[in-house]
Design a protein around this ligand. Sequence first.
Ligand code: MG
Length: 241
Amino acid sequence: MSTDFKKTKAICFDLGNTLIEFGPRQIAKQYQGLTGKLTQMFGSCDAAILKQIRDRQIVAPYTDHYRENDVEECCRELIEGIYRTTATEEQVKQLAEERYQTFVDIIELADHILPLLSDLGKNYRLALLSNFPCARSIRDGIEKLGMTSHFDAIVISGEIGWVKPDPRPYQSLLDQLDEKPEDCIYVGDNWLADVQGAKGMGMKAILTTEHLPYERFEPKEGDQTPDATIAQLDGLRKLLL
Ligand SMILES: [Mg+2]
């Protein structure tokens, strides 16, 4: 075990592209689900406009003071942007439901993740903090994957209203765990949300490069560096066990 992490009491994880892959393949499936539903509801869907709006929505929280998106507002924007019509509450709700269901359906877990959580959980408390506007998608998704019982605390940005790297979701996680930041490690794939966010709180940060993030943020001058970088999540065994 690395001496840098000797004091660690809790290991906190990001979800997308850390514990599960959420890359171009999954995003394409998500777009297919949205396109299918929109076509069924309104007729032929312009995939280019859909992608343009979704790409803007995905990065919006990072350009708006880390305020999380509202799922129904995003659905309304899609309907009104693609079809130049005013969406009803019912139509917005139907599209939001499709988004939820598609997410839960498409996420998968690699075989080695549950054994890893199980082994880490023998020595540490484990927690999850995910940036995602629809908390129900994450809670039902991780339940489907059999991960829920491994975590002592779960925080989703959609429930807080702010995304990592804003301190508020991290503080909520630390409050739920009732641990000091210096006794916690955060493991994630995103340079800004995960590494800068966790280091800014006084937590240790481990960057995983196993899956590439969809929303990529390059290091800037003055940024803090991770305490360790791993090419595979299983690298945590060597660092922490
Ligand atoms: Mg991630």
